[in-house]
Ligand binder design. Structure first.
Ligand code: DCP
Ligand code: MG
Length: 364
């Protein structure tokens, strides 16, 4: 196992992340905003004290404003903060433009957020740092936005790289520098290290990659369970998770077939409930949402009907609600006597939960 994990990883991976994305877009479209501290979010004075900061420009960040902060708190930290309400449609359209550019370089693309993705460019003949430069140039050309790019042989290092020289920077971490890079990394920068883990490490006197490296796999497992393995290998600049090409994912669904045909409406209802629960669980696990819900029904004569519902905003991941929607469709198709051989429930028009979280939150 250990030998396998230490085998040389010859992939070439880029992590691309637009700098202060929403804020940079608004500054691009209204240059007057470049000179002021800018927060993207609702102005608390105009919304009864409500609102959350989605992101802030660098002037505002220096005053202590950051993503996910309550607008009212941001205003306290930075009294002259200028608020601009987010325009998700615009950001989504730009994200589409950027993703098209990614495809000029590779089809192995794992989007992480509207402004962020991993690209596996191993198959591209050009050197990865050259590709990073070209990619930044293309994004600038098409969108007049700057981004930061990390270049390395695994996703963790590529991501650490893009954060290293933000904004508007490229960081290349080749094999020969990787181990040193992680040894010198503050412990809070390791993937998956949140508040709780950090507190634990603080108590243990572990402050950087070097301290982490000194811990044995057994010790780490005792402290952190299976996450201990992740930490152990991160300290050794090793991470084999592939770039997961999500552009090919079209749907998430479940079907049930019946040896004995269903004739009873309550059985159909039960089945849809079970299917909905499974689909919801799967969607939640994968952090996905869907804008189209399709119900599939096949009867004894092998007649198959599929009926889809598409919404502008993704469906809520509520199994009972989804089962009710399915029943509405079922009742319409089979008002009385029926003999059902298959029932299915599928989400398509899939979006990442992370993409939507803010817009759903803010449209309340
Ligand atoms: N976002 C949000 N709420 C959060 C975090 C992010 O609404 N809690 C939105 C606003 C950001 C965009 O997602 O502009 C991208 O998130 P990033 O974490 O990449 O942050 P930025 O691009 O704003 O800044 P950075 O320069 O650190 O990448
Ligand atoms: Mg960003």
């Amino acid at each position: 196992m250990a030998e396998f994990l230490q085998a040389k990883d010859n992939r070439r991976i880029l992590h691309v992340d637009i700098d202060a994305f929403y804020a940079q877009v608004e500054m691009r479209d209204n240059p007057a905003l470049r000179k002021v501290p800018l927060g993207i979010g609702r102005d608390p004075d105009l919304h009864h004290g409500h609102g959350v900061i989605a992101t802030a420009n660098y002037i505002a960040r220096r005053a202590g404003v950051h993503s996910a902060m309550e607008s009212i708190e941001a205003k306290r930290a930075c009294p002259n903060l200028v608020f601009v309400a987010p325009d998700f449609e615009k950001y989504r359209a730009i994200s589409g433009q950027i993703h098209q550019i990614f495809h000029e370089f590779t089809d192995m693309i794992e989007p992480v957020a509207l402004d962020e993705a991993y690209l596996d460019v191993t198959a591209n003949k050009m050197a990865a740092p050259t590709l990073a430069a070209q990619l930044r140039h293309r994004i600038w050309q098409e969108t007049q936005l700057t981004c930061s790019v990390g270049v390395s042989y695994n996703k963790v290092l590529a991501k650490l790289g893009s954060e290293h020289h933000k904004p508007n920077g490229v960081t290349v971490i080749p094999h020969e520098l990787a181990q040193d890079f992680v040894l010198n990394l503050p412990i809070k920068d390791f993937r998956g290290v949140g508040k709780k883990t950090l507190e634990k490490f603080e108590k243990m006197g572990v402050t950087d990659g070097r301290d982490l490296y000194a811990m044995s796999l057994d010790e780490l497992r005792v402290q952190f369970g299976s996450f201990g393995d992740v930490l152990y290998w991160q300290a050794r600049a090793t991470h084999f998770s592939p770039v997961k090409d999500r552009s090919v994912r079209q749907s998430v669904g479940k079907e049930s077939t019946f040896e004995l045909a269903l004739h009873d409406r309550s059985e159909v209802e039960m089945t849809f409930k079970t299917l909905a629960e499974k689909v919801v669980l799967n969607m939640k696990k994968k952090k996905l949402l869907g804008r189209t819900l399709t119900v599939k029904i096949r009867d004894d004569d092998f007649k198959t009907q599929t009926k889809g519902m598409t919404q502008a905003v993704p469906f809520e991941l509520d199994a009972a609600f989804l089962a009710r929607q399915a029943m509405l469709i079922f009742d319409e198709a089979y008002p009385d006597n029926f003999s059902i051989r298959l029932l299915g429930l599928t989400f398509s028009n899939i979006v990442e939960q992370k993409y939507e979280a803010v817009s759903l939150f803010d449209s309340l």
